[in-house]
Design a protein around this ligand. Structure first.
Ligand SMILES: NC(=O)c1ccc[n+]([C@@H]2O[C@H](COP(=O)([O-])OP(=O)(O)OC[C@H]3O[C@@H](n4cnc5c(N)ncnc54)[C@H](OP(=O)(O)O)[C@@H]3O)[C@@H](O)[C@H]2O)c1
Length: 252
């Protein structure tokens, strides 16, 4: 995608990477509509930064349908969807009780983007410069012991992105996968100040630089995530899994 002149919907932009990216994109001349469940935060962000907003719960099919109709109706020029919303929950598979978190993770992180993309493709296929940005993780490629279902949903998002890219290219929709490394956000307790995680501003600055340098990018890979993304290819997978999990142990 070109990083200017778009109308962009970011469900999952009330905090963290989504909000930081929405701010950067707005400052580069895009119209940005932010979405999330926390309506008071949406109102505050609209007031503070001039964002357009929509309430959306991406774990709820009816809410996705309602928000899509609202956004497309109000912003017929919309040409970019950034499927940002996600959750990350620690799970202990050695004891009962993790299943509710696992199910919620699948519904939010995998079914949510699938439903969102399904809802927006009919509109996007009519728009010039149409782009869908998916959001996976370095953990799609190198797993964290504490978050099995999260890792699995992000690996699924990677494969989904690789597959639908081939289907959607002929109808004029680009698919770009954002692959963040650990970034200092509220996604997991302790992550906002974790030493091994990238500062949020540094992460989104590098993302903007990469998008600007290569508007056709299939994956947006900041330097720090390449350690995880290419561990298997380099042949140091076991070592990187060890280093990654030791770093997380220190946070927990
Ligand atoms: N931070 C990292 O280390 C990291 C690394 C790799 C990938 N990622 C991915 O980056 C994305 C953003 O995460 P973040 O780190 O910025 O965490 P965050 O600060 O917790 O932000 C998560 C965002 O998702 C929204 N969200 C969650 N569940 C939702 C739902 N059911 N419906 C609508 N919105 C929902 C939240 O909004 P509301 O609560 O207002 O609904 C919030 O805006 C996620 O997909 C995450 O998996 C993050």
């Amino acid at each position: 995608m070109n990083i200017t002149g778009n109308t962009i919907f970011v469900p999952g932009a009330t905090s963290g990477i989504g909000l930081a990216l929405a701010l950067r994109l707005k400052s580069r001349g895009n119209t940005v509509i932010i979405g999330g469940r926390r309506t008071s935060l949406l109102a505050e962000l609209a007031e503070a930064h001039g964002f357009e907003t929509v309430r959306i719960d991406t774990a709820d099919a009816a809410s996705i349908a309602e928000a899509t109709a609202d956004v497309v109706g109000r912003f017929p020029d919309l040409n970019v969807l950034v499927a940002m919303a996600g959750i990350m929950r620690p799970e202990d598979w050695t004891t009962p009780g993790f299943l509710a978190d696992a199910e919620e993770t699948v519904v939010t992180n995998l079914l949510g983007p699938i439903r969102l993309i399904d809802a927006f493709v009919p509109h996007l296929r009519e728009r010039p410069g149409a782009t869908i940005v998916t959001v996976s993780s370095g953990l799609a490629h190198t797993p964290l012991r504490f978050t099995p279902t999260y890792n699995a949903t992000k690996a699924a998002i990677h494969q989904l992105s690789e597959s639908i890219r081939m289907q959607l290219a002929p109808i004029g929709i680009q698919v770009t996968e954002l692959v963040p490394p650990a970034v200092r956000t509220a996604l997991m307790p302790g992550h906002e100040s974790a030493d091994h995680a990238m500062p949020l501003d540094a992460y989104v600055d590098e993302v903007m630089t990469l998008l600007e340098a290569d508007p056709e990018a299939r994956e947006v890979l900041v330097e720090q995530v390449k350690l995880l993304r290419y561990a298997e290819v380099r042949g140091d997978y076991d070592q990187i899994v060890g280093v990654l999990n030791a770093a997380e142990e220190r946070v927990r």
